[in-house]
Ligand binder design. Structure first.
Ligand code: ADP
Ligand code: MG
Length: 262
């Protein structure tokens, strides 16, 4: 596209709250064949709630106060009183670790906790491990964004392949796939998401969280981060969009901009 056409396109997008970091991304977007979406916070609201729990989740709830992950915030809401946390460590896409009142606590997705602790996982989504043994079980629920069906159908009707890639391995991840009628790759670590993007062997746009999905956003042909925040400098991604639905404005504008070259 001519530099002028790109500048005009970028200005139109800015008015819609869409920030394109470089004009080339707008041109690359036109070549994209596959859209890979992150699930939590991208196609779902990320307003995760604890549906129910069993066993001891108290130490875990205090540890999770130190994480911003939507899953962590849901678990942290169970915390009562005060406890002393030290050595807090976050394992992106897996869980958190730290010492709570002197006890070693690990909280995270089933596979992650079972790899590091003794015990069984039942069919819980998140497990709590204290001093090497599974002591708590947490079941979560989330909601699909209202616009997700519209966005996925729009993309499919225009010939794009649509895939969901998620770190979550719960039954809810399958439900999302059934409702949106797309293939779901679940239980993926951030590295697995990168591998998936690479191994598809196609031109991929990854749409996800600018912080948790930073690696996949960088690996993709076009990385698109959804953010409602103002401090975009700390987010990864070639393009920052304010909502899932604004992805459609972005694609439409990229087509208009590129058409102007001819
Ligand atoms: P998604 O790909 O769905 O956005 P993430 O990759 O961010 O999910 O996280 C994957 C899974 O790892 C979550 O569904 C959750 O089970 C687990 N997880 C991540 N962070 C935490 C945390 N702070 N506490 C507990 N579990 C976590
Ligand atoms: Mg996410």
């Amino acid at each position: 596209a001519t530099p002028m056409a790109i500048i005009v396109g970028l200005r139109k997008l800015i008015k819609k709250g869409i920030v394109v970091r470089n004009g080339e991304a707008l041109e690359r977007l036109k070549e994209v064949q596959v859209f890979v979406f992150d699930k939590t916070g991208t196609v779902t609201k990320g307003k995760i709630r604890v549906a129910r729990y069993e066993g001891d989740v108290d130490l875990a709830s205090h540890l999770e106060k130190l994480s911003n992950h939507p899953v962590a915030q849901a678990i942290a809401s169970l915390a009562k009183g005060k406890r002393h946390v030290e050595g807090f460590t976050e394992f992106k896409g897996e869980g958190v670790y730290g010492k709570v009142d002197g006890r070693k606590v690990l909280v995270g997705k089933r596979e992650f906790v079972l790899r590091n602790c003794e015990g069984e996982g039942k069919d819980a989504d998140v497990l709590v491990c204290v001093e090497g043994k599974v002591t708590g079980y947490i079941w979560l629920e989330d909601e699909i964004k209202e616009e997700a069906i519209k966005v996925v159908d729009w993309l499919k009707s225009r010939g794009y392949e649509v895939i969901i890639a998620t770190g979550d391995s719960s039954k809810f991840a399958d439900r999302v796939g059934e409702i949106l009628k797309v293939k779901v790759y679940k239980g993926l670590s951030p590295e697995d998401k990168v591998e998936l993007v690479r191994n598809l062997g196609k031109k991929v746009a990854f749409v996800g969280d600018g912080v948790n999905d930073a690696m996949a956003l960088k690996e993709a042909y076009v990385g698109i981060a959804i953010s409602t925040g103002t401090d975009i400098a700390k987010y990864a991604g070639d393009v920052i969009i304010p909502s899932l639905e604004s992805l459609l404005d972005l694609i439409a504008q990229s087509k208009r901009t590129v058409r102007k070259i001819k």
